[in-house]
Write a protein that binds this ligand. Structure first.
Ligand SMILES: CC(C)(COP(=O)(O)OP(=O)(O)OC[C@H]1O[C@@H](n2cnc3c(N)ncnc32)[C@H](O)[C@@H]1OP(=O)(O)O)[C@@H](O)C(=O)NCCC(=O)NCCS
Length: 213
């Protein structure tokens, strides 16, 4: 049964072999979630996966010390919590400056630069109230169960009055993530850019209620 939960908390049933049990709870992330987030981040970091494992998606950046704590303190973190396993997914939607400082991500730096020149719906991306979305990561045991869509719905609910749009990057080699962002999140690819030997897509999607302008 779906429980009645406080605003910001969402739980939906998940089918199992023996019937229907509640799926992971989605709620805003707190400092106490960071250890579980770090564990997922490390497990699915591109450098820790074989080429075959990377077919199911990967995280491109290990965030600097204190980064998730700062994002959580600024309200930019959501987590999915399983009753037994703890944190089984997380997503960040935060202003680029909160998300970046101190920046160790040349990818995020390049995104912020490009936001001044790339246009979305006829206006530079940086002219909107915009967030930087990502990383998003789901434990492989919980993929394909609708959690990605629930993260999208929860973050839309949480941030639609704060931001007009969100920008995100996806590695050109991360086919799974490219599929979800374009077909499920319905983000629009605006450009590709290179950092080191890797190519990334720059995408934008509407986060606030339309019309944006
Ligand atoms: C990206 C991620 C959050 C998506 O969540 P998910 O639960 O796997 O998403 P879904 O299962 O709803 O959708 C995945 C889609 O990609 C498709 N897919 C799976 N592997 C694919 C591949 N190698 N190439 C293309 N499409 C692929 C699936 O068929 C599915 O599409 P469909 O539902 O239309 O059939 C999750 O896979 C994940 O955490 N991956 C590791 C980390 C990551 O890549 N994060 C994103 C970059 S920060």
């Amino acid at each position: 049964m779906v429980q009645n939960l406080a605003m910001g908390d969402q739980r939906v049933p998940r089918r199992t072999g023996s019937g229907t049990t509640p799926g992971p709870l989605i709620r805003p992330g707190t400092l106490s979630d960071v250890a579980g987030i770090r564990s997922l981040e490390s497990r699915y970091f591109v450098g820790n996966l074989t080429a075959e494992q990377q077919q199911s998606g990967f995280v491109s950046v290990i965030q600097p010390e204190g980064w998730f704590e700062r994002v959580a303190a600024n309200g930019g973190l959501h987590v999915a919590i399983d009753g037994q396993l703890g944190v089984v997914g997380f997503i960040v939607v935060a202003p680029p400056l909160h998300a970046q400082r101190p920046s160790v991500s040349p990818i995020a730096d390049r995104m912020v630069e490009l936001a001044d020149t790339l246009e979305y719906a006829g206006q530079p991306v940086s002219s909107y109230r915009y967030a930087l979305r990502g990383p998003v990561c789901i434990d492989e045991r919980f993929r394909g169960l609708g959690l990605y869509g629930r993260f999208n719905a929860a973050t839309k609910l949480a941030y639609s009055s704060t931001y007009e749009i969100a920008m995100l990057f996806v590695s050109a080699r991360n086919r799974r993530s490219l599929r979800t962002t374009t077909t499920k999140l319905k983000a629009t690819p605006l450009a590709t850019f290179e950092v080191g030997d890797n190519t990334y897509h720059f995408l934008v999607y509407p986060l606030g209620a339309p019309p944006i302008r």
